[in-house]
Design a protein around this ligand. Structure first.
Ligand SMILES: Cc1ncc(COP(=O)(O)O)c(C=O)c1O
Length: 461
């Protein structure tokens, strides 16, 4: 069975797309699922693909995603100049490789590595690949004899569930409890033993945008090791928060300032402000990444160390990341992220003032927040609110929380660069306009089965 989204299930009666009505050129039909027997004029092919894609949502109104939907035209130009560069061809494109190396060192400095010029790290396709690599390094460094396990909150992004599954590590989830929606030091510690390869802490939970208590977790593990217990490293999944906290919360200690933090990942394509396709992982010291995981290839010319799941990968995103660092600098990043936080916190406050909603978070960690309907609102669901907003073009996901709060269903808004106070006002207007219609309902029209786009949150954990 092909891996297709349920909405895209092939429908056999539509085996051709009509190239109609504006085209006068041949052919007038192109096959939908069968490999085309002949080619098509590039203008016609372009128009066919372009027209179909018009039905996608508007990326700028996609408040579900953490991933960048806007870059400056110069960045787009630079990326188009690099579309033909393969990141793996480091010997052939040494300058692209040099930009990657510089970005790693800059991130290491931002995250207070003891010696930013002697860390190891690399670019990846995103945080998912970065987390897999960090998890693999933890597994290889572990010296236990039983089944390896990893301790993490049930709020982790789905990539950690994949890591545990693909690489046969037992996931020990800390469930949510009451109003605690992340892992706690105490609960993490209860699950740690001599077969624990590491504890994962998240800066910017996918479910509600909150920072996890990294320093408390590290302190608890320090005390455990001091008592003669296992010495367990910590990985920080900073997919979003590792590019927010350094600029907006410089006093918050969550990074390599904590000696127990072995590695940190982030998504360059989230608050690193680059279009989709780039993530980063940095290890505190070269010793934190076991050398036997690094492959050396020589058939591209030169002897090249690589640590990645992919081989070929676009170089354009790495060039764009370096451009972004250069273009904004620390102060520019701080201003962009502060604006996102201001918009998120103002929007959260005004949504709370509308009446039917209650905030779980307020956008003061990463610029994303989750909110639910008050318990006495029974005639419509968060899924109805999501559908009502979708009718005005806004993509605001609604989803249920994992164990032990599967009773809780929320909406989440992610504020990114380019989501201005003006757009926030327009969203509020549409939400205000939708409420009387929703309040006229006598029962919820949509349940949790209709949750369409939770962006990695909301799995079966
Ligand atoms: C905390 C966290 N970790 C990992 C990921 C996966 O990141 P990516 O989409 O860059 O693979 C996400 C994505 O939302 C996330 O929020």
């Amino acid at each position: 069975m092909p891996l297709t989204h349920p909405d895209n299930t092939p429908r056999p009666h539509r085996s051709e797309l009509a190239v109609n009505p504006i085209f006068t050129r041949e052919p007038v039909h192109v096959p939908t699922y069968d490999f085309p027997a002949r080619g098509t004029d590039p203008e016609v092919a372009y128009q066919v693909v372009h027209d179909e894609l018009m039905l996608d949502g508007n990326a700028r109104l996609n408040l579900a995603t953490f991933v960048s939907t806007w870059m400056e035209p110069q960045a787009a130009r630079l990326m188009s100049e690099c579309f033909d560069k393969n990141m793996i061809d480091k010997d052939e494109y040494p300058r692209t490789a040099a930009l990657e190396d510089r970005c790693v060192r800059m991130l290491a400095g931002l995250w207070h590595a003891p010696d930013p010029h002697h860390v190891v790290g690399c670019s990846t396709t995103g945080s998912s690949e970065a987390c897999m690599l960090a998890g693999l390094a933890l597994k290889r460094r572990w010296r236990g004899t039983g089944t390896p396990n990893i301790v993490l909150g049930s709020n982790v992004q789905i990539c950690w569930e994949k890591f545990a599954n693909f690489f046969e590590v037992e996931p020990r989830y800390v469930p949510m409890e009451g109003e605690r929606f992340t892992l706690s030091a105490e609960e993490a510690l209860r699950r740690v033993d001599e077969n624990t390869i590491g504890v994962v802490t998240i800066m910017g939970s996918t479910f509600d945008g909150s920072y996890e208590p990294v320093a408390e977790v590290c302190r608890a593990l320090d005390e455990l090791a001091a008592r003669g217990g296992p010495d367990v490293p910590v990985h920080v999944d900073g997919a979003s928060g590792a590019m927010i906290a350094p600029f907006l919360d410089p006093k918050l200690v969550w990074d390599f300032r904590l000696p127990r933090v072995a590695s940190i990942n982030t998504s360059g394509h989230k608050y690193g402000l680059v279009y989709p396709g780039v993530g980063w992982v940095v290890w505190r010291t070269p010793e934190a990444l076991p050398d036997e995981l690094v492959f050396r290839v020589n058939y591209l010319g030169g002897e090249m160390p690589t640590f990645a799941l992919n081989f070929s990968r676009p170089g354009a995103q790495v060039a764009a990341q370096y451009f972004t660092f250069l273009r904004l600098g620390f102060d520019g990043f701080r201003r962009v992220q502060q604006e996102c936080r201001d918009v998120a916190m103002r929007l959260a406050r005004e949504i709370a003032e509308l009446g039917p909603f209650e905030l779980l978070t307020d956008g003061s960690h990463i610029p994303a927040f989750a909110f639910k309907l008050r318990d006495d609102v029974r005639d419509y669901s968060v899924f109805d609110v999501s559908a009502a907003l979708r009718a005005s073009g806004w993509l605001v996901p609604a989803y249920a929380f994992p164990a032990n709060r599967t009773d809780l269903a929320v909406l989440r808004i992610v504020v990114r660069n380019g989501f201005s106070h003006d757009l926030a006002d327009l969203l509020l207007d549409d939400l205000r306009r939708a409420l009387p219609r929703l309040e006229a309902q006598t029962a919820p029209a949509r349940g949790r089965d209709s949750a369409g786009f939770a962006h990695g949150a909301g799995s079966h954990r």
